[in-house]
Ligand binder design. Structure first.
Ligand SMILES: [Zn+2]
Ligand SMILES: [Zn+2]
Length: 240
């Protein structure tokens, strides 16, 4: 499979010509759509999945969590704007990888590297002084709900975004790989906060960061800091 280069540069050139107000509107709409997609997917799986619940009750949905989740959408829009700025100013160059093998390799690299960076970032977020101000709110959800993924301190959301932008500066990933990675990240985050196991239990053996894997982190906060995979927790001895 090859992505048509002229078509690709065609639609990229539309973005290249966006004014900053257009970028602001675009990133807000885009992130609002992704937010609604995540909530829709969560509710759909909860309603259709027949597997038993991991924890007895879902965490209640509160107004303050709802407000914080909207803040997260705003922060993600800001990160997207920062990405556009870095692209326009030449710091981020979009690679030309078009082959299926190349794109698969780039997506796998993004997942593994971001998983490693997030492992350290997440581990640091559990240090007492950072936990209190930054990460504690997310862990008020001992059980989870469709907002848990978005119940994050603004610094956490921006921090995640900055790590990703740093990787994009270091290596010229293609826009297709970046888009696939971001979509996978959203789906993973949604599934990871379900109150049911989504993956077959054999997946744990293949180092997949399953729902049970992250749910376990909400129950025992000293284990499972990784997210997409359990590789780094196994390497650093925090796997449960
Ligand atoms: Zn945590
Ligand atoms: Zn979580």
């Amino acid at each position: 499979m090859n992505f048509n280069q002229t078509e690709l540069s065609g639609y990229l050139s539309v973005f290249w010509q966006f004014s900053w107000p257009e970028w602001m509107v675009f990133s807000l709409i885009m992130n609002a759509v992704l937010y609604m997609f995540s909530i829709g997917l969560y509710i759909f799986i909860e309603k259709t999945c027949r597997k038993s619940q991991l924890q007895e009750k879902n965490h209640p949905v509160t107004k303050s969590d709802f407000r914080l989740s909207l803040m997260t959408v705003l922060c993600n829009s800001f990160v997207m704007l920062a990405g556009a700025f870095l692209w326009k100013s030449g710091w981020i160059v979009l690679g030309q990888t078009q082959s299926l093998a190349g794109i698969t390799a780039e997506v796998a690299a993004l997942l593994l590297l971001m998983d490693l960076l997030m492992y350290f970032f997440h581990y640091a977020a559990h240090l007492p002084f950072l936990y209190k101000t930054l990460h504690g709110k997310h862990h008020e959800h001992v059980s989870t709900n469709f907002l848990s993924l978005f119940v994050l301190h603004p610094f956490e959301t921006i921090g995640f975004g900055m790590m990703m932008l740093a990787l994009l500066i270091v290596y010229d990933f293609s826009v297709v790989s970046i888009s696939i990675y971001l979509l996978l990240n959203l789906i993973w985050g949604t599934i990871g906060h379900l109150n049911r196991e989504f993956f077959p239990s054999s997946f744990d053996r293949f180092f997949v960061g399953t729902t049970r894997f992250h749910n376990q982190h909400h129950v025992d906060e000293s284990k499972n800091f990784g997210f997409y995979t359990s590789i780094w927790d196994r390497v650093f001895g925090t796997y449960k």
